[in-house]
Design a protein around this ligand. Structure first.
Ligand SMILES: [Zn+2]
Ligand SMILES: [Zn+2]
Length: 134
């Protein structure tokens, strides 16, 4: 499977050669701020499967605690991927151009979701992290 993704302004593009794994949505207050939305929609990617195609020089990184960070476009602000110890960890589903043929498999930290959010049915919801493999 080959997938492509890009930021809102289109300057930064990437390609994923291989399947995505473990799509999930986190509704905690920190993710709301980090992703400027009700939750994030994110899936894991194998580092070997991921390549930047263009615009890498426009990437800005925000490194948070425990080695996790986010990379976003310094021009338009799209958050494109998550990194762990400077290696690609996963991608935000919103920047994909094609159907990744996976769906959100779980909603996590719904116990701290925004009061205004209504979470759709269809995937398991966890008050905090998933019981295992979080
Ligand atoms: Zn951009
Ligand atoms: Zn979160």
């Amino acid at each position: 499977m080959t997938l492509s993704g890009e930021c809102f302004c289109g300057e930064i593009k990437y390609r994923v050669e291989g399947p995505l794994r473990d799509a999930r949505s986190c509704h905690c207050s920190r993710c709301r701020k980090a992703f400027s939305s009700q939750a994030y929609a994110y899936a894991l990617v194998e580092p070997d499967h991921f390549n930047w195609v263009s615009g890498k020089h426009l990437l800005t990184s925000y490194i948070g605690g425990q080695g996790f960070g986010l990379q976003f476009c310094s021009k338009c602000g799209s958050t494109l991927c998550g990194i762990y110890n400077n290696e690609i960890h996963g991608i935000t589903l919103g920047c994909l151009n094609e159907d990744p043929e996976i769906e959100i498999g779980r909603h996590i930290y719904v116990g701290s979701k925004a009061s205004w959010e209504i979470i759709p049915d269809g995937a398991p919801q966890y008050q905090e992290g998933a019981p295992q493999n979080a």
